[in-house]
Design a protein around this ligand. Sequence first.
Ligand SMILES: CC(=O)SCCNC(=O)CCNC(=O)[C@H](O)C(C)(C)COP(=O)(O)OP(=O)(O)OC[C@H]1O[C@@H](n2cnc3c(N)ncnc32)[C@H](O)[C@@H]1OP(=O)(O)O
Ligand SMILES: N[C@@H](CCO)C(=O)O
Length: 329
Amino acid sequence: MTAPDDTPERCQAPERPRLRVARLFRTQPLLLDCGVPVSDVRLAYHTYGTPQDTATLVLHALTGTSAVHEWWPDFLGEGKPLDTGRDYVICANVLGGCAGSSGPADLPTLGGQDAPLTLRDLARAGRALLEHLGVRRVRIVGGSMGGMLAYAWLLECPDLVEKAVIIGAPARHSPWAIGLNTAARSAIRAAPGGEGLKVARQIAMLSYRSPESFAATQAGQRQGVPAITSYLHHQGEKLHARFCERTYVALTGAMDAFQPSDAELRTIRTPVLAVGISSDQLYPAAEVQASAAFLPHARYVELNSIHGHDAFLMDAGNLPEQVSAFLKS
Ligand SMILES: CC(=O)SCCNC(=O)CCNC(=O)[C@H](O)C(C)(C)COP(=O)(O)OP(=O)(O)OC[C@H]1O[C@@H](n2cnc3c(N)ncnc32)[C@H](O)[C@@H]1OP(=O)(O)O
Ligand SMILES: N[C@@H](CCO)C(=O)O
């Protein structure tokens, strides 16, 4: 990863993707929904393509980063939905994240605890980044947490959003999703310092794939233990090496607390493409479809894959073509 800088790239097209950091809310603080004001917020971001005043904004998943080229190669590039030959593509690590943006350790506390963040807080911080970059209108594309955050953008910044693609995400968390996050946060609180985060990732991984996916990829033994056991340990170690437990608690808390009403969802006038994933155990396709049904201008399509929730990242099928067609329409 190259060193970040805070220079908006107005005059030249970037040669290689580069992490930049914008410093926002330096004169006027961001007032979080919990009532705490935050000044001098850092948002780390990548841009792709030539700067324009209309952009495509990518909203990453829970443990994602702004480096879309690293995690979504099927979607980013010339002729792809995030068309670097035609569009100005922006992705920022969310407020509260741990990939260059201001995270819980940088933010003020509330009653001695990390100040709770909301998805609307994250959207408001993102809006300030767009202003910093001179962007007036956006098409937004988000998967998983990024899809829920897209709902927050549609409610918080309807004036900015031209259209939205919401992949593998409901408008609000079900008891099932909150329950999984509760168990993950309990693990972190029971074993702070890393071991709990590893267990949290193991729990989450079981909801990100499917029984059929693991039967296909993790049958049998590996080094004397069931392959799935060794796989989950490996995934726990991997997340521990790249993620922060306070961010995990903050972002899962923000997702769980986001509960827009049916009436609020019906006010969304923006055209939306909602995508369910046939084998999603975390956010069942029917739940994604039911959320989209509240939106007056939503179309629903389904990605068929055995690989569960993570299919949008690893087994996208013809979804890139469908997203391209929607964004160009
Ligand atoms: C690649 C990145 O961009 S990660 C940084 C940014 N992260 C994000 O944006 C979040 C979104 N990305 C993700 O969640 C993930 O990267 C995904 C879903 C796209 C892919 O997950 P992966 O873990 O790479 O894929 P998969 O489930 O196939 O696991 C492969 C890994 O498990 C290891 N593995 C597979 N089976 C086993 C097993 N039985 N025992 C031990 N290890 C195993 C592989 O060796 C490989 O390890 P490595 O990643 O250290 O090379
Ligand atoms: N696997 C993705 C999806 C989570 O929703 C991540 O780790 O962020």
